[in-house]
Write a protein that binds this ligand. Structure first.
Ligand SMILES: [Zn+2]
Length: 104
């Protein structure tokens, strides 16, 4: 007797700010990947279906997107994280060569 079936896995890849196609608000969206795996004797063997979707955190509307678009959104998201706004060293605010008011 062979027991086989499928099992779904849900991965949250990123949280993106997008204009929602449902409510029209520029709201945070979760980018999610749903992988369905073929299982044999309850052991997941290989994925046979991978689907991507964004879900609006404002209205809960979900929109299925193709893998290419998901990859693009993820790449943009990762690129936007590279520029670290806190990474630049703060220059000390001391004035160099300023006049000394007490020199007399
Ligand atoms: Zn929405």
């Amino acid at each position: 007797m062979i027991i086989f079936g499928t099992r779904g896995y849900l991965y949250q890849l990123a949280v993106l700010t997008l204009v929602c196609g449902w409510c029209g608000n520029p709201a945070a969206h979760t980018l999610r990947k749903r992988v369905t795996k073929f299982t044999l004797f309850f052991v997941p063997l290989f994925p046979f279906s991978t689907k991507y979707a964004t879900q609006c955190t404002f209205c809960g509307g979900e929109q299925k997107i193709p893998k290419e678009q998901a990859d693009q959104l993820l790449a943009q998201h990762l690129a936007s994280q590279d520029g670290n706004p806190f990474g630049q060293a703060q220059q000390p605010g001391y004035a160099q060569g300023g006049q000394n008011p007490y020199q007399n």
